[in-house]
Design a protein around this ligand. Sequence first.
Ligand code: ATP
Length: 321
Amino acid sequence: MRTPSGPGGRPRSVRVRAPGKVNVSLQVGPLRPDGYHSVASVYLAVSLFEEVTATSTPGTGVTVSLSPASTLDVDALEIPLDERNLAVKAARLMAEMTEDPTGVHLTITKRVPVAGGMGGGSADAAAALLACDALWGSGLSKEELAHVAAELGADVPFALLGGAAVGLGVGDQLSPALATSRFDWVLVPADFGLSTPRVFAELDRLRDEEGIAVPEPIDVEPAILAALRTGDAGGLSHLLVNDLQRAAIGLAPQLRDTLGWADSHGALASIVSGSGPTIALLAPDAASAEDLAAELAHRGVEAVAVHGPVPGARIVSDTVL
Ligand code: ATP
């Protein structure tokens, strides 16, 4: 078991990084009586990473701050820095499961757009879980950590796992998918966020209005898994699906501009990521992704070239201060 702090009670700091995700496929069922929606989703972890540093503090309790090293403008972010913060929730849950935890301060380096449909908050929660587990020597198994992650939110188990995975249930019933080749993407964040519950509600409203009754999604399209398995970006480009896309566009019609631009400028396909508003463009290769990102930047549109799959939450450093 690791010691909770360094020699002589000196503070210890564990830094963990965890990836954001895009949904390569996201089918959404009807509103369930419990207020949730069943989904059938294929997650892909991409190389845009959140970092959480957990530093032991005297006493007890969990505090949090945002790092100035963040690539996002942290002063402008609408992120609660109290017990509502997903990383704080994760640390508190770990403290409950740990004998004699120290206090902890969490420093979050934000890179994944907030309320962007890429699971940034979930990545912070997964990173905080792993960091506190190491800091306090909680000794939870992978399965136990995944169980705690699911309590924190539907996307948290995937941020722990990483790679590519099929998500059923509310997205939390995960099975890893084989994806050994690299897929290149360009992410186009928006300068506004979309609330995930609001996007789901808009989809329900549109379906009601159109009298569309959808079945519960049972499984994902096998061809998507085959394209991931064989590294076939061209094949995958014809199979990208996101049921939430039209709801996100209904709430933010300007998303059409980037989607339309991408299709006529060399992207294989473009899709709203999760509940949006971040847009993910699938590129044929790394060089094309860099070119697309540069062209967008030239037009004054923020864009970042990434690739996936990448691993889930991992310890980057463990230091006695
Ligand atoms: P989802 O996983 O629901 O698709 P998202 O990726 O669209 O979410 P997040 O960046 O995870 O969006 O944030 C959703 C909301 O969660 C934000 O509006 C924010 O107020 C709240 N939140 C709580 N903790 C965090 C955190 N550590 N980072 C970002 N947002 C957080």
